[in-house]
Ligand binder design. Structure first.
Ligand code: PMP
Length: 399
């Protein structure tokens, strides 16, 4: 038959993060020793106490269909976590567990966006927000930040982006790709604007909450007047090194949770039962249990900022959280190698991959061209080697 894909799917793009990983794997398959700094996942294994909880779950025969929004005891443990870490009181009926925060976000957007609704997305943003919004026939309204404001938008910028069609705002703090974390007073600045527009709902993606460097994480839902109009999204992939387990969750007003439950019941049902048993152990843990990972990230962050900051043409900010350095590289645009001009950040990423054998992701994937994201979820020796290769690659560019 003729290929007749829906326009919705045809408009969907593959995330550039996945494209870059594919390119670097292809090069590695040819025997090239590529240092991969393009992926967004911790290089640690899942902690043993979480693995043990999963094994116990298998022995206890958690092998049947489970409630769509998640096991009640897991949702109780998540409610306790929200109270302990975020000063948020959610009842079990306000919590939905999903197959990764990605599904949590998809559930929310499918539940909330009407065709033509405007969705405010501060840039740089996580790759999938934009495509999810478009898939739901919403209209993304991208608000760009810059290195000058530490990659955070200002209340004035937020207010200027609001129209009578504004329905949602989606942001992550700590941010992927910039690592920026909004302080309580910065969030209060945004909340002050949002209070004037009660019809705008907020999706606050806090999946990097535990990975931060001496700063205080604040959930926007904990600020005056925000609780009833915010979904607080989180998950286990980053903080607990559990990307493959696929556990995401949210706390939200009951009417939103009910809608997400309905969407999930038709598309996937409850998420993997064994992963849910493991999740109870993870969310019930004091953050100190994973401090060894944060300590390792802290050391790498300091080194990466020194190394990358010293490269000609690189400007770096002060990422408060996550495990990325988002480097401003616009000075390198227009330079050339073997007569081929580097026209944009994508060209530079490909040049670094092909000539320096270091993979990274262009800022344009995150809505902010002129930048490159490097993950430092890699060993110090790999990071140092990557830095040396980048230094040579930059040196080989001509003006
Ligand atoms: N939000 C952000 C900001 C992310 O970086 C990611 C993963 N890269 C996710 C959500 C999705 O995480 P997961 O589906 O693994 O829970």
């Amino acid at each position: 038959m003729t290929e007749q894909l829906s326009t919705r799917v045809q408009a969907l793009e593959l995330p550039m993060t996945i494209e870059m990983s594919k390119k670097s794997r292809e090069l590695a398959a040819k025997g090239v020793d590529v240092i991969s700094l393009s992926l967004g996942e911790p290089d640690f294994d899942t902690p043993d106490f979480i693995k043990e909880a999963a094994i116990e779950g298998i022995h206890q025969n958690y092998s049947h269909y489970m409630p769509v929004p998640g096991f009640t005891d897991l949702r109780e443990a998540i409610a306790a976590k929200f109270k302990r870490d975020n000063h948020l009181t959610y009842g079990v009926d306000q919590i939905i567990v999903s197959t990764g925060a990605k599904q949590t976000l998809a559930n929310l957007m499918l539940s909330l966006i009407e065709p033509g609704d405007e969705v405010i997305i501060p840039a740089p943003y996580w790759v999938s927000y934009l495509d999810m919004v478009k898939f739901c026939e919403g209209v993304p309204v991208v608000v760009e930040s810059s290195i000058e404001t530490g990659y955070k938008i200002t209340p004035e910028q937020l207010e200027a982006s609001i129209t009578d069609k504004s329905k949602l705002m989606i942001f992550s703090s700590p941010n992927n790709p910039s690592g920026a974390m909004y302080s309580e007073s910065e969030l209060e600045g945004l909340a002050r604007v949002l209070r004037k527009y009660p019809n705008i709902f907020v999706i606050s993606d806090e999946i990097y909450e535990l990975i931060q460097y001496g700063y205080k994480h604040t959930s926007i839902a904990s600020l005056d007047g925000m609780y009833d109009r915010t979904a607080t999204v989180n998950g286990l992939s980053k903080g607990f090194a559990m990307t493959g387990w696929r556990i995401g969750y949210m706390g939200a007003p009951a009417w939103v949770a009910k809608a997400c439950d309905k969407v999930q019941s038709q598309f996937t049902s409850g998420t993997n039962s064994i992963a849910q048993r493991a999740a109870i152990a993870a969310v019930s843990t004091e953050p100190s249990q994973i401090q060894y990972m944060i300590d390792a990230f802290t050391e790498r962050r300091t080194k990466m900022l020194n190394w990358l900051g010293s490269l000609p043409g690189f400007r770096t900010s002060n990422p408060e959280g996550a495990f990325y350095v988002f480097a401003e590289i616009s000075e390198l645009i227009g330079k050339s190698f073997n007569g081929k001009v580097i026209e944009n950040d994508m060209d530079l990423c490909i040049y670094f991959l092909e000539e320096g054998h270091v993979s990274s992701v262009p800022g344009s994937a995150f809505g902010l061209p002129g930048h490159i994201r490097f993950s430092y979820a890699a060993s110090i020796s790999e990071l140092e080697e990557a830095y040396k290769r980048l230094a040579v690659a930059i040196d080989n560019l001509s003006a």
